[in-house]
Design a binder for this molecule. Structure first.
Ligand code: BGC
Length: 734
């Protein structure tokens, strides 16, 4: 067991506000060092230095967890940093993710016993192994000092204030908290890393006379700046878009100030935030003391280290850009926790958003470890009665259909993608307790007015929840989660009869209350049941009794889409399944028409408006250039990026018929409006590649299959057996 478990949590006395505090200790290395290992963690986000050099802790460590129950610690080899004689170790900590988002949850709980509600804390253990085999340990305790730093303020929403002229008063003794170390867990998620760097693409002088830097890509991260200013202030404000007049716009950040202030005393130094991050493409230069040299500034994308496993390319530039935006949506919102958005005063682990995007996310990148860690936090914040909150780490105690169901749907999607049964067994108890909650509280749960509904659907103008009745969505998701839970129970060989009964019961409720227009009208006084999302859920969740009923539902969905001018009206709940519901039921052409539509509302509409990430609203920027209400208008929200799943699974047609692609079928859907498609997914069994190209009246398909993976292709209804390696099939275009 690492000795950090015997260390003590230390803190600055009283409230830390938003300032960063540095905890330090001088120590003496008596002999030549053979190996030195640092285990460290914090409540807040921290950096660690030995003799002023970076000790290798990743950016924004220790990540964001349910700190009340789980705090990750990091372990780094620091052998090269320690010298014989006197050394100093220091840990600096800012509040980081510890803004208001962490501590709510209905039942405020101390994050650590004895910690001031606005306080931060650190813990570490440095193990020295000398050349002669003897050892020594330096751990946080009452002998450590704590002092103020030049980081006068750092906040996840408001940004940072760095005063290079500030001379901190002498440090004082740190106080030891009466907290135990049983919440410490070794780093279980992906580490966070710095990735792409973007130089200033354009310096814009806006009509309002402001100087704005454009980095060309909406990212999550921060700026690295070589500051050469003379004494004075540099102040920068972050934004995602320009308004229709070309002016800098940031009202959609709501209460998040998202600002960097650097107070300079002259002289050159490199500035880079260490305790916060921003979501931005543009930066307004509010004050700049000295000459602004664009080459001195670059934007650094910061997100969890995930291996890229999926790729997609086709002959349509707009779709390629859309796909790239899906990837950037994921990069920008997979910063330790799957967030809704990275810029406004939110940036939280919304379960519904993660649920709808998870299948696509798991194809783009290997996200198994990323989600395993987040699901551990989900388990930690499940309520005693089984409820799963809508945000993890939790914020509110409330639940919602499609959001709380993330606890079942995400493990299932990960299992299908990676074939690792552990994701089911680790989360089995959480899923069972959630389904039990649904069984035990069915009537109240269904009737709960606080379900989010088909969030941001277009079928009710200017409203958030869409037209599809919330009760229907709730019953449909009860059925969906229960069905997947039964499937996963069978995989683990668990008894699940009572859950099959509950599933049948949900089906009966759909049949009885949500199938017949006149019955629905009679009981609810309106006929708003039949929306695109209604048909999509019935089809995608298998909520029909016969092939005839399925055909009828599909036809109605198709008619509904065509009769409104071939466009979607779906929100967060219906959109991820919409194209599948059409293409799986004989309406491939309509699905393609929706995907290829450029006019509002559509995926390509935002591409045509210059989007570099996915928008939260179909009409984030309206056709007349006006922006959607600033109350809820993110330009980096991955939910509608779930369409990437259809690109892999239907356009390229790569489908696992056994979990983890242990067996696979290629079933690409060809449409003449696209002349070629190429996609690949690296699976646990090797890389699968699917390509097709229309050449005159033929289509040439090329499928690459790894060794030992039984594979077949279905082309225009015809089945082909495939062998390992490359398979080329030429077929007449139909
Ligand atoms: C978030 C969403 C989230 C929703 C709940 C919003 O504030 O940004 O993405 O799912 O609330 O409906």
């Amino acid at each position: 067991m690492d000795k950090i478990y015997n260390s003590k949590w230390i803190s600055a006395k009283g409230s830390a506000g938003n300032a960063v505090f540095e905890y330090s200790k001088r120590f003496f290395a008596r002999k030549k060092i053979k190996k030195a290992t640092l285990c460290s963690s914090a409540i807040g986000v921290y950096t660690a230095k030995i003799n002023g050099a970076d000790a290798g802790v990743y950016p924004l460590a220790p990540g964001w967890t349910m700190y009340q129950y789980r705090v990750q610690y990091q372990k780094n080899d620091v052998s090269s940093l320690i010298k014989e004689g006197e050394n100093v170790i220091s840990l600096s900590v800012g509040r980081g993710f510890l803004c208001q988002a962490v501590s709510h949850d209905g039942t405020p709980r101390a994050l650590l016993t004895g910690l001031d509600p606005s306080g931060t804390a650190v813990i570490c253990s440095l193990d020295l192994l000398y050349d002669d085999g003897s050892t020594e340990n330096i751990s946080t305790d009452e002998t450590w000092l704590v002092g103020q730093t030049k980081w006068r303020s750092c906040d996840m929403y408001d940004g940072d204030v760095y005063d290079s002229t500030f001379i901190p008063p002498s440090p004082v003794s740190a106080s030891v908290l009466p907290a135990g170390t049983d919440t410490l867990v070794f780093q279980d998620g992906c580490e966070i890393g710095e990735h792409e760097r973007f130089g200033v693409k354009e310096v814009i002088l806006t009509p309002r006379g402001e100087t704005v830097l454009d980095f060309g890509q909406n990212i999550t991260g921060y700026l690295q700046i070589k500051v050469r200013a003379t004494a004075g202030v540099c102040r920068l404000t972050y934004g995602e878009v320009l308004d229709k007049d070309g002016n800098f716009y940031r009202d959609n950040y709501r209460a998040a100030k998202a600002q960097t202030t650097i107070i300079c005393g002259g002289g050159e130094f490199v500035f880079k935030p260490e305790f916060t991050f921003y979501g931005f493409r543009y930066v307004r230069v509010d004050e700049w003391n000295g000459e602004l040299v664009p080459d001195d500034i670059c934007a650094v994308a910061v997100y969890s280290n995930m291996e890229r496993i999926g790729n997609f390319h086709c002959s349509h530039d707009g779709l390629n850009k859309l796909y790239e935006n899906v990837i950037w949506g994921q990069k920008g919102n997979f910063l330790d926790v799957p967030t809704d958005c990275p810029q406004r005063d939110e940036r939280m682990g919304w379960t519904g958003d993660a649920q709808v995007f998870s299948s696509c996310a798991a194809k783009n990148f290997d996200v198994l470890r990323f989600f395993e860690k987040w699901l551990s936090d989900m388990r930690a914040c499940q309520k005693d009665d089984g409820r799963i909150p809508v945000v993890v780490p939790s914020y509110w105690a409330r639940t919602s259909a499609a959001w709380s169901d993330a606890c079942v749907i995400i493990p299932y999607n990960l299992y299908m993608q990676y074939g690792d049964e552990r994701i089911i067994s680790d989360n089995y108890d959480m899923m069972r307790r959630w389904i039990d909650y649904l069984r035990n509280n069915f009537d109240d749960y269904i009737a709960d007015k606080r379900h989010f509904g088909d969030w941001l659907a277009l079928d009710v103008p200017d409203e958030y929840s869409g037209k599809t009745p919330k009760e229907f969505i709730a019953v449909a998701f009860c059925a969906r989660s229960t069905k997947l839970f039964i499937e996963m129970s069978k995989i683990l060989g668990k008894e699940c009869e009572k859950y099959s009964e509950f599933y049948d019961f949900c089906r009966d409720v759909i049949r009885r209350d949500f199938s017949d227009e006149s019955a629905y009208q009679a009981s609810h006084g309106d006929s708003s049941l039949f929306t695109q999302t209604y048909y999509v859920l019935r089809l995608s969740f298998g909520l029909y009794d016969s092939d005839g009923e399925r055909a009828e539902l599909s036809e109605k969905l198709n008619d509904m889409v065509l009769s409104c001018g071939t466009h979607l009206t779906t929100g967060f709940v219906g959109t991820p399944y919409l194209l599948f519901a059409l293409s799986d039921n004989g309406y491939v052409k309509t699905a393609y028409s929706l995907l290829l539509r450029k006019e509002y509302p559509s995926w390509l509409y935002q591409v045509s408006r210059g989007a570099t990430t996915m928008w939260e609203h179909w009409d984030g920027i309206k056709e007349n250039g006006d922006l959607w209400d600033e109350k809820m208008n993110s330009f980096n929200h991955y939910a509608y990026g779930s369409v990437g799943d259809w690109m892999y699974s239907v356009m390229a047609g790569i489908k696992p018929t056994r979990a983890g692609y242990g067996e696979v079928v290629f079933e690409p859907a060809v449409d003449e409006r696209i002349s070629s498609v190429s996609a690949s997914i690296k699976t646990p069994h090797g890389t699968l590649i699917s390509k097709w190209e229309i050449c005159a009246h033929d289509v040439k398909f090329t499928f690459t299959v790894p060794e030992n993976v039984p594979a077949s292709a279905v082309i225009f209804g015809e089945k082909y057996k495939l062998s390992a390696g490359e398979n080329v099939i030429d077929v007449k275009l139909q």
